[in-house]
Design a protein. Structure first.
Length: 283
């Protein structure tokens, strides 16, 4: 009997222990399930917040793209209106402007040559290549030297051998045309000679024998002189036919505008270059 009581007692103790263990396990499981539900709720809340943030981010991207497009448009409008990109550094803007002005002046020189070529009939002829023309021009230039002038014949037409030059010049170009519609006498021949005297450089430029150098005033002076010569021919009663001095007035005006712009650009280039040099030295 005692043995059975001991067994029953031991079984009871074991059952109590098992009950406690099971109770602890159930309690732990309940807490875990509760925590899992809480975590799931937190995850759901975080996911909802994340979705909202993504929507806000997408909206901000859309607004940012729209603002960037507006900024690009404003930048293009500004560049188009004022000729430079304000977002660039000052030294880059200066360099770009200098390059643009230099390119503009190269274009102006080309436009000048094109304008001069339009009036080639006023300075055409093989006689421009004749060495005698250079010799006559050289003697006329030296007239400013009194020591040389005192040995000249008072009859310059004979002394400078203009008659020989005119004889050959009448075979081609401008002088050939003018002589064909006028009388043949020394006075007219002398006036015809003057058409070649001040247009030699124009002939070279118009026939691509030389380029326009930096001194555009020299070219402009020849254009003005040529226009005045043809105007004087008309005043002295020389028939200029299709070579009216009024056409040369148009050439003078067109070239005058181009040359004026050229020197304005050149002045700005010098100013910007000085500013660029000062900026470099201040660094």
């Amino acid at each position: 009997m005692k043995k059975q009581s001991k067994i029953l007692y031991a079984f009871t103790i074991l059952s109590i222990i098992l009950l406690i263990i099971i109770s602890c396990f159930c309690g732990y499981s309940y807490l875990n399930v509760k925590n899992i539900h809480k975590i799931e709720e937190e995850n759901t809340s975080l996911n909802n917040k994340l979705v909202e943030l993504l929507k806000v981010e997408e909206q901000l991207k859309t607004e940012s793209n729209s603002e960037n497009l507006n900024l690009e448009k404003l930048s293009l409008d500004f560049s188009s209106k004022y000729g430079y990109d304000y977002t660039q550094k000052e030294e880059n803007i200066i360099k770009l402007e200098i390059e643009n002005l230099k390119a503009a002046n190269v274009l102006i020189k080309k436009q000048l040559k094109d304008e001069i070529k339009k009036y080639s009939k006023y300075y055409s002829g093989d006689y421009y290549k004749n060495e005698s023309l250079d010799a006559i021009i050289s003697k006329l230039v030296n007239l400013n030297n009194m020591n040389g002038a005192e040995y000249l014949n008072t009859n310059l037409y004979t002394e400078l051998k203009i008659s020989n030059f005119i004889r050959n010049a009448k075979l081609s170009g401008t002088i050939k045309y003018l002589s064909s519609i006028n009388n043949d006498n020394s006075e007219i021949n002398l006036l015809l000679f003057t058409t070649a005297l001040y247009s030699k450089d124009l002939n070279e430029i118009g026939n691509d024998l030389s380029d326009i150098d930096e001194n555009l005033n020299k070219i402009y002076a020849q254009i003005i002189s040529t226009e005045e010569i043809f105007s004087n021919l008309e005043k002295y009663g020389v028939n200029t036919g299709n070579l009216s001095s009024k056409n040369l007035s148009l050439l003078k005006n067109n070239c005058g505008d181009l040359i004026r712009q050229y020197y304005e650009n050149k002045g700005v280039i010098e100013i910007l270059t000085n500013i660029g040099d000062k900026n470099e030295k201040s660094k």
